[in-house]
Design a protein around this ligand. Sequence first.
Ligand code: ADP
Ligand code: MG
Length: 694
Amino acid sequence: MNYLELSVATLTGIGAQTASRLEKLGIRTVQDLIFHLPLRYEDRTRVYPIGSLTAGMTVLVCGQVEFTDILPRGRKSLICRIGDGTGFISLKFFHFTANQHNALKPGTWLSCFAEVRHGYAELEMVHPEYAVIANPEAYVTETRLTPVYPLTEGLSQGVIRKAVKQALNLCSKEAQLLTDWIPESILKQCRYPSLADAIQTLHAPDESVTIEALQNGSVPALKRLAFEELLAHHLSLRSVKNKTKAWLAPSFGDSSEITLQHFLKRLPFKLTGAQQRVMAEIAADCRKAHPMMRLVQGDVGSGKTVVSAYAALLALTAGYQVAIMAPTELLAEQHFRNFAAWFDGFETRVVFLTGQLKGNPRKDVLQALADGSAGIVIGTHALFQDSVQFHRLGLCIIDEQHRFGVHQRLALMEKGQQSGVRPHQLVMTATPIPRTLAMLQYSDLDISIIDELPPGRTPIVTSVISAERRADVIARIAGWVAKKRQVYWVCTLIEESEVLQCEAAEKTAERLAEALSGVRVALIHGRMKAAEKDAVMQAFKNAQIDLLVATTVIEVGVDVPNAGLMIIENPERLGLSQLHQLRGRVGRGEGDSYCLLMYQAPLSDTARQRLGIIRDSNDGFVIAEKDLQLRGPGEVMGTRQTGSVNFKIADLSRDADLLEVIQQVGDTVFNQSPQAIQPLIDRWLGTSTNYSEV
Ligand code: ADP
Ligand code: MG
């Protein structure tokens, strides 16, 4: 009998109701329970002198009641002041019973556990866990740290702790059943404890384990499990890759030299070496009868669009359709204009599809895709809709792919599937991520890098200045506009609310228009209708607008070469990659260009350092690497950007060092112990992130 597979309902104290609550957390078996690891720990192993407390600590104290009172003012509350000879602290209760009140008589000793906060007059604990104790000398603290588990409605820490204890007992009796899938050699090399020991340590740390060591990740048991979890994610993505590589895809063959020359001749520039190299990599992929799964990473302005157009050309000449998906309408529109121009004269239609398109124009587009008269469609998420049917989809191009998750990308391929043949996939991103992170995040893709900018671009000169010098900045705009060049002013707000962001941008635009008479100021933000945005962007491109005030909607892709000055307000609020992306809107033409990072004083040390990184480098990869060192990968990747992978225990900002070897260990597992792959994935990935099930 393998106890790991036993249902949790077989444990003492777990009835049908608790079992169904545990199931909500993805816990069905004893194994699931064992891998339900603590979120954090509480330290009830030491009693802190009250005089040593500061706000923010979560600690155990013992004290003697000085007085207890009901405060009628405001919200009725029970206040109990306790002291231990080193100091006093107030306990505050908003819900309480008469019995409770009576039990807290002056002179009574209490043990209390809670977070310490700033109170009205002194430090306080709100609704502490407390117990009446005989006296502080006789009080026995816990010997181990107390684990705190992720919960769900109706479940208590007590219930989970009891259940885990039973599971661990089973585990220690029959440890051999808990298979250690990490190769022996790696366990030795990294001096990792066995799986059973590691699990035991995390659920019930022994006396030698301190809370600080758990927080900074220096506990070997924790490192080992974090490593195993990251490996499982990596293996899951690699399995996806292996699976997709076994699918069938149309082979595009070699497009005729004539078509190719015809296309290249229409381009107003000569391709860079990097562009040509990546194009060759794409062509080699598309010749195969299995799907291309390629990511093109290239800094802003490196010319990814034309590379993707080349891939589209290969598909078209082989008689297949192409779908291009962009994250915003603005960007989709820009691509549409580019592609429409580049493919003008080809015997096919280039169509545009977003959620905004309604009525007959929409019907027309859908019809053209279904009957194949449209060879290229460019759009937003709207391309996912059921009503969109393709005649013969051969290639999906996804721009700024960090906005889309693995699932979404695969869904688009599924959509294009026809009798077992699936389209090729090309994804593009201007968010460079350090090599180590790429191994985790993009393990399902082959990677091409465009590491060269088109010639003739002068680097952007970036300066960091305080908002107190706003007047100087405005004067600079006036001078710039007098030289017939254009300016971006980017407003950022801490609030997530788009409404507030737009309001702030509106106010800024009004004020700038007042301060700069004769300068044509316009506004663009995310709440404007697509047609309005389009009109503004067109006018800016046509130089009918001098100063464009924008929210971060212009972040991706928009291209106006004559705009060479950008002011970014409150840059300290944005991620470095996002700042670099924004700044990439300037420096697209041949003239010199500037970016002013106008911060709100005072700046924290880290913020100052981060803005310094942006000022000193124009290379997205360098910026990403430095940001990684400074802030840790969680921040660099940004949960919003990754489609947020939830790790049970790994923390990318703490465990970044583990990523170095993941790829190599992944190779070892694939080559030497492939039987370990599926069990590792099952053990660590819930169904939500289990890519192998796609
Ligand atoms: P990104 O990589 O940021 O998507 P784009 O594809 O939008 O960059 O290209 C940025 C600008 O550079 C566009 O105006 C594009 O036409 C131009 N461009 C692309 N390739 C070259 C090249 N080889 N030489 C000169 N300009 C180029
Ligand atoms: Mg682009």
